[in-house]
Ligand binder design. Structure first.
Ligand code: NAD
Ligand code: ISE
Length: 333
């Protein structure tokens, strides 16, 4: 059987996922696309052999669409995810699930009322070979009980529409989700510190240091830098009581010439996480095709990440330590 997918949002990642579903993964067909910019949607539809819908809500309602991929801007995710749940269709929503805690709670209420899980959120690091090997090492006990984790999330640059708070809601959310999964613990409090701004920062609070206190006592620091120019650099090291585990260098080769050793740095998230998104979408499609529940990040995870990012935005604005309070976790999750 083939899973007939409709894609809403045909920008950078929407197009990348369409390429993946049409040329890399089997068992998937992109049958419909929609974008607020109809010219883009029509061009992408023609390339993919799909039908362009003027409105994402009509795409969700179409009989030809079995499952939905939401790849539009974060603030627009809620209406599409709610519509997919109302239609009883599985939905893969790119991160963040929604941009506010309240919107995530509305999605959670709708999914709980529906009675089974339909939503997977695009926190792809859970499918990344390096992060998985790190988690396996941690869980093997080889480095002892974890104490701290140091992370860096560096972008070469960001698009013009990127707002100051996107450093948290769009960028740091990946670490926020990753550490909840890595350590199996919720985040209890957050602080944000800022050095002097980079001369490349423009109006952005760039760089910044986010300190996450986990409920299990682990402390995590995350450097966010979004204009480093030199490439896309994702780092992590866990300090345990008996040793450490770090993400390795993602550059596959090292070149020695003219008295230097050079290892390539990925250019952007497509470069660094390309095969990770392949694994992520394969797992999602398999869970949908198999009629089961996706083992990937769901609505609860999207909600928890949104609450922590709200708290981090407050910490950034006030300079204070902000405690995180989550709603009661429904039995569905
Ligand atoms: P983008 O600007 O390149 O593309 C977004 C597209 O959505 C644009 O074509 C825009 O016209 C369209 N759009 C906006 N509002 C819409 C609406 N209401 N209905 C339909 N279409 C609408 O942005 P992008 O970088 O592709 O990011 C899209 C989403 O994917 C964001 O939520 C972002 O956080 C997420 N993302 C995730 C990763 C990852 O690593 N998992 C990487 C990049 C982007
Ligand atoms: C983008 O939306 C992503 O999700 C990338 O993984 C992240 O590195 C980048 O900062 C975001 O803007």
């Amino acid at each position: 059987t083939t899973l007939r997918v409709g894609v809403i949002g045909t920008g950078m990642i929407g197009r990348d996922h369409i390429r993946r579903m049409t040329t890399v993964l089997s068992g998937l067909a992109v049958v419909a696309v929609a974008d607020v910019d109809p010219t883009v949607a029509e061009r992408v539809a023609a390339e993919a052999g799909a039908v362009a819908f003027p409105d994402g809500l009509d795409l969700i309602a179409a009989d030809s669409v079995d499952a939905v991929l939401v790849c539009s801007w974060g603030g627009t995710h809620e209406r599409y995810v709610l519509a997919a749940i109302a239609a009883g269709k599985p939905v893969f929503c790119e991160k963040p699930l929604a941009t506010t805690e309240k919107a995530c709670l509305r999605i959670m209420a709708a999914e709980v009322a529906h009675g089974s899980r339909l939503v997977q959120v695009g926190y792809m690091r859970r499918y990344d070979a390096a992060y998985l090997a790190m988690k396996q090492t941690l869980e093997s006990g080889a480095i002892g009980a974890p104490l701290m984790m140091h992370c860096a999330h560096r972008n070469a640059g960001v698009p013009a529409f990127y707002e100051p708070e996107n450093t948290i809601t769009d960028t740091a959310v990946h670490e926020i989700d990753m550490v909840r999964w890595m350590f199996g613990s919720e985040i209890a409090a957050v602080r944000v510190l800022r050095p002097r701004a980079s001369r490349n920062a423009g109006d952005l609070p760039d760089p910044m240091l986010i300190v996450l206190e986990l409920a299990n006592g682990v402390l995590v620091d995350v450097e966010i830098s979004v204009n480093v120019r030199y490439g896309y650099d994702i780092r992590g090291e866990i300090l345990g009581e008996d040793g450490t585990v770090s993400l390795g260098d993602p550059g596959l080769i090292s070149v020695r010439r003219a008295g230097r050793v050079a290892t390539p740095v990925p250019a952007d998230w497509r470069d660094r996480f390309g095969s990770t998104y392949d694994v992520e979408l394969r797992a999602w499609a398999d869970s949908v095709l198999g009629g089961g529940v996706s083992g990937g990040p769901g609505t609860w995870d999207g909600y928890a990440a949104a609450v922590v990012s709200d708290a981090a935005v407050r910490a950034l604005r006030t300079g204070e330590r902000i405690e995180v309070t989550l709603a009661e976790r429904p039995g569905l999750y």
